[in-house]
Design a protein around this ligand. Structure first.
Ligand SMILES: [Zn+2]
Length: 419
């Protein structure tokens, strides 16, 4: 691991995450884990220090931030990533194997250039355990924000998602559920404004909790200083979530049907996390694993999700990258899909960096290559503005810096020769 105190990246194309055009032949100076300055001229940086790394024209951009992920060691959405299920006759797999899968997930995410993730629901408190392992430097991984357990009205999803949920009913119980999540160490709160598309017994169209219940969660969370993410599919839930002032709308696929809601989101700074990949999963990837009615529903929802992304862009809504799929490390495919869905490559990169940081409430700290920001950086071998797909290619992830330390792709390794 490279030393953490000071670093100078020279000869870089810098995409700073703010939406500005890239700087060519720029230098990025890092000290004590933060970006000190970004200079567009090479020679203004003075003498070349021994901590300099010549990136030889490669692209330096903010580390990617996945604003909607499920880190849980339930790897059913990522076949082949964890251990295969036990065969009949084999001893059951120890439950504790899950923690090793979590550690692998964290390492793989970081190597893929994902320097921060927001976990939006894991079984038991696995995301919190992993967050602590990373924070205490027991495991290498992205910085993690966890919602604790998802707050849902009593619903069929509770029977399927078990310990990922905290079912609650009535405004007082909703407030208690918020307090419980903070007690277990949550960084923010997530609620189910509507049912889930992946649960046959739930209709994702109507609101699943009442206005009073949703308002109580938002009020309690904001009163205590944490943000609120709302799972939203149908319009009734979208109306409740937006009017009661949640901070992020997850999925939000119906929003294109009511432009006034998108206008309100733009005005209030509510971020949309479109999660296109999860609709691809249900509509295309796991069609044999889900009830046929859900697969048909997902095909309609996939089209709606793309329509909403385009409408949100038109309306000026902030957009974040949320993969909501697997396997870990493939997260940037969501960025590619957002570009396929109408964002420019620069807009897509901004969504996956500054946009996601905004969703997390951390845009002053994370998601940009600007003076003062935390030095979470991705060095890409090529120009992702010419083809964002290269962000999905492990060969192109040349170096990853987290908090000013090289955590993947040490350029001093002998195997790396000039491009
Ligand atoms: Zn999700």
């Amino acid at each position: 691991m490279y030393g953490g105190r000071a670093m100078l990246l020279t000869n870089a194309r810098v995409i700073d995450g703010t939406g500005r055009a890239p700087f060519e032949r720029a230098s990025v100076r890092v000290a004590d884990g933060r970006i000190v300055e970004v200079e567009s001229a090479v020679d203004s940086m003075g003498t070349v220090a021994e901590d300099a790394i010549d990136v030889q024209g490669r692209t330096v951009m903010p580390g990617l931030i996945d604003a909607h992920t499920h880190l849980s060691s339930d790897i059913s959405r990522s076949p082949g990533f964890g251990p295969p299920p036990a065969l009949h006759g084999e001893l059951p797999r120890p439950r504790e194997l899950g923690y090793f899968v979590l550690a692998k997930t964290a390492r793989v995410l970081l190597a893929a250039g994902i320097t921060t993730v927001r976990d939006v629901g894991s079984y038991d408190d696995e995301a919190i355990a992993l967050r602590e392992a990373v924070r205490l430097r027991i495991a290498e991984g992205p910085r993690i924000l966890s919602c604790g357990r998802i707050i849902s009205a009593t619903a069929p999803g509770g029977a399927i998602f078990t310990t990922m949920y905290r079912e609650a009913n009535g405004p007082d119980d909703m407030r208690k559920a918020v307090r419980e999540q903070l007690r277990r160490g949550a960084d923010y709160v997530k609620l189910m404004a509507t049912g889930a598309r992946s649960v046959l017994a739930e209709d994702p169209e109507p609101a699943q909790m009442t206005r009073d219940e949703l308002a109580a969660i938002v009020d309690e969370a904001h009163r205590l200083g944490v943000r609120v993410a709302a799972h939203v599919e149908g319009l009734d839930g979208a109306r409740l979530a937006v009017s009661e002032g949640v901070d992020t709308v997850e999925h939000g696929l119906s929003l294109h049907r009511e432009p006034a809601l998108l206008a309100a989101m733009a005005e209030r700074g509510i971020v949309l996390v479109p999660t296109l990949s999860t609709f691809h999963d249900l509509a295309e990837r796991f069609t044999d694993d889900f009830a046929p009615a859900l697969v048909e529903q997902a095909k309609r929802q996939l089209e709606e999700a793309y329509a909403t992304l385009a409408a949100a862009r038109e309306a000026g809504v902030s957009v974040a990258m949320g993969h909501d799929s697997g396997p870990p490390g493939d997260n940037a495919i969501e960025l590619v899909r957002m570009v396929d869905g109408g964002l420019s490559p620069l807009e897509g990169i901004c969504a996956a960096t500054f946009g996601s940081a905004t969703a997390l409430g951390l845009s002053s700290e994370l998601g940009t290559v600007t003076a003062g920001a935390v030095a979470d950086l991705l060095v890409v071998d090529g120009d992702p503005l010419s083809d964002v797909r290269m962000l999905c290619d492990p060969e192109r992830i040349w170096m990853v810096v987290q908090g000013g330390k090289v955590v993947a792709g040490d350029p001093r390794a002998p195997a790396l020769t000039p491009a």
